[in-house]
Design a protein around this ligand. Sequence first.
Ligand SMILES: Cc1ncc(COP(=O)(O)O)c(C=O)c1O
Length: 366
Amino acid sequence: MEVPLLDLTRQYASIEPGVKEAIEEVLTSQRFIMGPKVKELEEEIADYCGVKHAVACASGSDAILLALWALGVGPGDEVITTPFTFFATGGSISRLGATPVFVDILGDTYNINPDLIESCISENTKAIMPVHLFGQCADMDWINEIAARHALPVVEDAAQAIGAGYNSRRAGSLGTAGAFSFFPTKNLGAYGDGGIVTTDDDELYDRVSILRLHGSRPKYYHKHIGMNSRLDALQAAVLLVKLPHLDRWNEGRRANAARYGELFEGSPVVTPVEAPGRRHIYNQYTIRVGERDALREFLKERGIGGEIYYPVPLHLQECYAALGYEEGSMPVAEQAAREVLSLPVFPELTAEEMEYAAETIKGFVS
Ligand SMILES: Cc1ncc(COP(=O)(O)O)c(C=O)c1O
């Protein structure tokens, strides 16, 4: 039996006619850049996340960049974030000429440890950017409390967390701004790159909207130097077809995570923890095991997909050597990087596939 880490062909089979119709509509209109589909998507995502505004852009990386940029982050500034994340979190800070300041994570949720944030705030700190890693929100009440004490904005890197819950609210509505990715492997994935910024702040919305279109308003009049980061109408059309299914797909992932929990019970496999008040949407289902690399090889030989998110925390990346972090400086993130393995959890996974994956893993670890 083969158990892929992710098989998007199964999702496509369930929505194919709607997607084709939506694409056909864009082709007939011959309006490929911005336009009504993009506007509609922005409104629907804002509504879904429970915020006033959303600005679609070319990728999740750009969504982070635009949010920070619109908040005035630039050369000489510092942004506090986690080292246990995809590179874009740190990279977007650096691309603005600012410096990421890394804070170690919590060992159970893999999210930034709020307890360690305050001692890293300096006069150069311009923002705090937690990441809702693997689809579970960071401890936003605590982070917002610290941010409020220091009058700092909070940008949620919610790239992996569309639909994730925090008490009665959703990711993207918990900070000053939220940044989402529509990379195809995300729970709401486009058929190419895409991203979106969410916010309740009218002024921030205005600035992000202008920066994404080369800083112009009206067209050809440039008060600012911005960038080109538009979302294609074709991507917006696909995402509009998929959005009504998102909650059901997220529920499917949650059900699979619960099933794995039962299957791994009593074994040495450390399963993910859902913190109180959170609704984890399992963009990744990530276990911890001692002999992780050997297990990954073992699974590969038996046709079971597994991926390491992430093998090297950002503070130890070669490109950040000049920041001066040493091995051992973020022990929790470093240990996680040695032990984590993400397993197939996509909603269309069958019970047999999950049982085969879990039994194979238990056979290895016990
Ligand atoms: C945590 C995190 N931040 C940012 C990004 C960047 O998103 P994109 O790949 O759409 O640029 C991703 C997605 O890969 C991510 O997982």
